[in-house]
Each structure stands twice: as structure tokens, then as C-alpha cells.
Design a binder for this molecule. Structure first.
Ligand code: KG4
Length: 299
């Protein structure tokens, strides 16, 4: 991702995309009562385009704007409703395993406006581990979907990778990345075709190791809080191994599990709209001088 190119693409596309979204929804601009926008965290250049556009459109249509934390959008993705799709919403409080290219967190959600991060990664996000390891193995980018597809044809018990020992509910994914790097390097020194001949088993074993790490802490968080309503969100929540494992673990432990629809797992505007809707109902309005923030801690 080149930040400069991403922000130029936002500038080029934001007007046609919003116009098309409004017309596909069968609405006119005069039907819009409020505009939700992502304040952050994310790439600052792209956020600046979105924030400025939302403020300008709000002024032009004379409607309020509401700012949303991108991560809260992921956490609330299950609340997006669609005609003809059964409602699949957790009750409060619930836990959300939020896993993306930038974050790996366990979030406690007490209501649509109140969240607490119980644990998070101290180094790489799990999506980064998928992406960087896929690149290292020469498989391509983004790595998550590629590893997911190859893993489905492999044996997850064939190879073992070192698990981190991090106290509490925090995660770490940099060690397992190094473990895979050394493993592949050593095996390739013995057999140059090792990667090509074993990529399905490597992907399946590596993916299983990542899911084990994610699930161990989620199980611990559920035990510590006594919460049995469990959701997942973020780009990595599209992973078929993680989705299957969550459902299986939920059956075993008496959890109610909720999987977001695939189209609401990676970044999307519908989840920002639903988060914005709750802030709007609570009477929150974005001041005209609000600036975007790139880091979650600055929100
Ligand atoms: O939430 P997202 O769209 O963007 C942010 O990080 O904000 O997540 C992107 C991440 C990438 O790391 C990508 O490799 C990962 O989600 N991803 C997956 C899958 N689909 C996307 N990871 C594992 N399995 C997948 N099927």
C-alpha cells in the first residue's frame, strides 16, 4: 500500500462512489439525515479526504456529521441489517475478537458506545503475520486469502511452530513469523523444492498455529469475564479456519457465536454507518474543526 497513491485514489473516487451508493440505495440527497465518517485510525491522507468530504457534504445538505472510530465499526459489523437476511446480533455485553492487518485485539462491548480493550498485540497484527509470511514464501499479497485457500488442501498437524508466552490477554505475532522464516530457510537449504512441494501443509500448519494463539486468549477472556456472547471482526475474520474453529469452540463451551457476513469483514462503509447511527442517536455531533487521527491512541 502506497499512502500517497491511496489518498489520490480517494480524492478521485469519493464523489462518484458516494453518488452511486446514494442512487443504488434508491435515495435522493434530501433523504439523508446525517453523515457518518471515519476519523481514524488509518492512513492519514485517505482519512483527510473522507473527513473533508463528509464535512463539506454535511454543510451543503445542512445535515449533521458524526465521527466514528474505524475499530468500533468492525466491532459493530454484526448490527448491519439487510432486507431478507436474518438478524444475527449478539446481546450485550459481548466479546469481539478484532483481527485485521493493523490490529489484533479482544474487545469487551458493553453497549454500542462503550468498549474496553482487554488485550491486544504488543508487536505485529495477525493480518501482518499472514501478509508478511505469504510474501516471504513467494505466495503474493494480501497473504490471508492465499494462505487460507492453500491451507484448506493441507495437513495442519504436519509442522509445528513456536508459540509465544505473553502474560494476560495480550498477543504477539512477531516470534512465529521468525519461526516460519528459519524453518523455511533451513528446509530449503536441504531441498530447494521444499517450499513448492509442501506449500499446502506449511500454510495449513502455520494458519493453525495463528488460530491456536488467537483462540487461547479468547477462551481465557471468556472465562475471566464470564461472557458467552462472542463475535469476530476485521479482515482476518474472513478466514475459514478461524470461523470454523470459533463455531466449534462455541459449541464445546456453550458460547453463542456470531460470524459477520464476508462483505462486512474487511473495511467497509456499512459498518461505519451503523456505528455512526448509534452515536447520532446519542446526540453526538462532529465539530467542524475536527481533524482525522492515524493512531487509535489519539482518538
Ligand atoms: O480489516 P482489513 O480489511 O484492513 C485493515 O487492516 O484495516 O484487513 C486486511 C487484512 C489483511 O492482512 C489480509 O491478509 C487479511 O485481512 N485477510 C485475511 C483473509 N482475508 C483478508 N486473513 C486471513 N484469511 C483470510 N481469508
Amino acid at each position: 500500500m502506497v499512502p500517497e497513491l491511496a489518498s489520490r485514489a480517494h480524492e478521485l473516487n469519493i464523489v462518484p462512489v458516494v453518488s452511486e451508493a446514494v442512487s443504488r440505495a434508491g435515495l435522493r440527497n434530501s433523504d439523508i439525515t446525517a453523515i457518518a465518517f471515519t476519523r481514524g485510525p488509518g492512513l492519514l491522507g485517505s482519512l483527510l479526504v473522507g473527513t473533508s468530504f463528509a464535512k463539506t457534504l454535511g454543510l451543503a445538505l445542512d445535515v449533521p456529521t458524526v465521527m466514528v472510530n474505524h475499530l468500533q465499526g468492525h466491532v459493530l459489523a454484526n448490527f448491519v441489517r439487510q432486507e431478507g437476511v436474518p438478524v444475527n446480533e449478539p446481546s450485550f455485553p459481548y466479546l469481539c475478537l478484532l483481527v485485521s492487518g493493523g490490529n489484533s485485539q479482544i474487545v469487551r462491548v458493553d453497549d454500542p458506545l462503550h468498549f474496553e480493550i482487554l488485550g491486544q498485540t504488543i508487536d505485529d497484527a495477525v493480518g501482518e503475520a499472514f501478509d508478511k509470511c505469504s510474501k516471504m514464501m513467494g505466495l503474493g499479497y494480501p497473504g490471508g486469502p492465499i494462505i487460507d485457500r492453500l491451507a484448506a488442501q493441507g495437513d495442519p498437524t504436519r509442522f509445528k511452530f513456536a508459540k509465544p508466552h505473553i502474560p494476560g490477554l495480550d498477543y504477539s505475532f512477531s516470534g512465529i513469523k521468525t519461526s516460519l522464516l528459519y524453518f523455511v530457510r533451513d528446509e530449503m537449504a536441504k531441498d530447494p523444492d521444499f517450499m513448492e512441494n509442501n506449500k499446502e501443509d506449511i500454510c495449513a500448519s502455520f494458519q493453525k498455529a495463528l488460530i491456536d494463539i488467537l483462540m487461547d486468549k479468547l477462551i481465557k477472556a471468556a472465562a475471566q469475564t464470564g461472557i458467552r456472547e462472542i463475535t469476530i471482526g476485521g479482515g482476518v475474520s474472513a478466514n475459514s479456519g478461524l470461523r470454523d474453529r470459533l463455531v466449534a469452540e462455541g459449541r464445546r463451551r456453550g458460547w453463542n457465536t456470531y460470524l459477520p457476513q464476508f462483505k462486512f469483514t474487511t473495511d467497509n462503509a456499512a459498518m461505519i454507518a451503523i456505528a455512526g447511527y448509534y452515536h447520532y442517536l446519542a446526540g453526538e455531533r462532529a465539530p467542524l474543526d475536527v481533524a482525522p487521527v492515524s493512531r487509535a491512541s489519539d482518538f
